[in-house]
Design a protein around this ligand. Structure first.
Ligand code: AP5
Ligand code: MG
Length: 229
């Protein structure tokens, strides 16, 4: 049960497991999962103007400009399901975004906790290049660590599994470079505010979830249900 608005921010390199853990925790703590990458990909699949703009940057492994990202996040936070807080995944990602988020949250009397998933470059590269995603429901698999029952087919709804365009090895290298250059300074930002907790993400997903739940409990964020995988 949450008494204050709660904002959980997942930090960590591409492929560190932010989406995997945020999807599990949204049910456990009862907060919506707001993933800017998923919002952009939804706009791309719907062929919106925002999607067309974002695609150019995403395919190159570059960040979408801050004003575009911030406009999209502001709209999302206005929706009623965000009234008690959210779990951010992939946002904020630049110093400009983190400052804008702090301003946005200043009126909301909320608590912020930044969870940094610590995973080596070699491991994230393995995870990203083996990732497959369902075209229908967005369920995420890994060809080695979390394979579907039938290759190329989603267990949930039978949809086709595809590889994200930005998960090709040549783009992954640039995404990691962009992460170190533009996003990793946020680790220092949250550390300086006393809001950062580093969690070892180099373990199977259920063990990482258990580590995260321990941290959440230590910060007064109690589960409302058991995790399911
Ligand atoms: P986004 O979609 O946010 O991608 P990302 O940060 O690069 O992160 P990923 O989704 O690749 O990894 P993840 O940490 O979520 O890992 P996952 O759980 O899937 O952004 C994409 C693009 O959109 C950006 O490059 C940028 O262009 C744009 N964008 C997004 N947000 C933006 C912003 N705020 N500002 C500007 N631009 C923005 O796991 C990866 C794989 O590993 C999966 O296959 C999974 O099954 C597997 N796995 C997960 N955990 C484990 C584990 N513990 N053990 C083994 N395998 C695991
Ligand atoms: Mg993700």
């Amino acid at each position: 049960m949450l008494t204050k608005q709660t904002y959980i921010v997942f930090l960590g390199p591409p492929g560190s497991g932010k989406g995997t853990q945020a999807r599990i925790l949204q049910k456990v703590v009862g907060l919506p999962h707001v993933a800017t990458g998923d919002l952009f990909r939804h706009n791309i699949s719907q062929q919106t103007e925002l999607g067309r703009l974002a695609k150019r940057y995403i395919d190159a492994g570059e960040l979408v400009p801050d004003d575009v990202t911030l406009g999209m996040v502001r709209d999302r936070l206005q929706q009623p399901d965000c009234a008690a807080g959210v779990i951010f995944d992939g946002f904020p990602r630049t110093l400009e975004q983190v400052v804008a988020l702090d301003e946005l949250l200043a009126d909301r009397n909320g608590v912020v906790l930044a969870l940094m998933l610590d995973v080596s470059d070699a491991e994230v590269t393995r995870r990203i290049t083996g990732r497959r995603v369902c075209r229908n429901c967005g369920a995420v698999y890994h060809i080695e660590f979390n394979p579907p029952k039938q290759a190329g087919i989603c267990d949930v709804d039978g949809g086709e599994l595809y590889q994200r365009d930005d998960d090709k090895p040549e783009t992954v290298r640039n995404r990691l470079y962009v992460y170190y250059k533009q996003t990793s300074p946020l680790i220092g930002y949250y550390f300086a505010k006393g809001l950062l907790v580093k969690v070892d993400g180099d373990a199977p997903p259920d063990r990482v979830t258990a580590r995260l739940l321990k941290v959440l409990e230590e910060h007064g964020i109690k589960p409302v249900m058991e995790p399911s995988y």
